[in-house]
Ligand binder design. Structure first.
Ligand code: ZN
Ligand code: ZN
Length: 127
């Protein structure tokens, strides 16, 4: 197996675009994070754990509507959560999406085959 690497100029450019986008996002994150930390007491909104400057990096800014581009200056879309509660919050969201809506296609697939078999059976009877 050879692992020869070719320098692809398109790929290099894409890398830079991605890096730029990431830096812009990080700058924006720093912006709303600083704002949220100024606006709200440093307490987790779920477990009420308190933070100070020694561990504030474990306090995260959660977006209530899960839209990171929605950053009203009054902070109405932000919630300060510790890392664990923030994780939980997103896990719950993911599970709710998996269990809730979007389950229809699977059920339709399950009923598809018996129906097809029934149809071919009826056809045979007709013949
Ligand atoms: Zn917490
Ligand atoms: Zn979040």
């Amino acid at each position: 197996m050879t692992t020869r690497k070719r320098v692809d100029p398109n790929h290099a450019r894409l890398d830079r675009v991605v890096a730029d986008a990431r830096r812009a996002r990080e700058e924006r994150e720093q912006g709303y994070r600083a704002q949220a930390l100024k606006l709200y007491p440093w307490i987790c909104g779920r477990c009420a754990r308190e933070f100070d400057h020694t561990n504030v990096h474990e306090l995260t800014v959660h977006h209530k509507n899960h839209n990171h581009d929605h950053n009203p200056p009054d902070g109405s879309n932000w919630e300060l959560l510790c890392l664990y509660c923030h994780d939980n919050e997103h896990q719950r969201e993911t599970e709710a999406r998996a269990a809730g809506g979007g389950g229809e296609p699977e059920r339709a697939g399950a009923t598809h085959r018996p129906f097809a078999a029934l149809q071919s059976l009826l056809k045979r009877d007709d013949g």
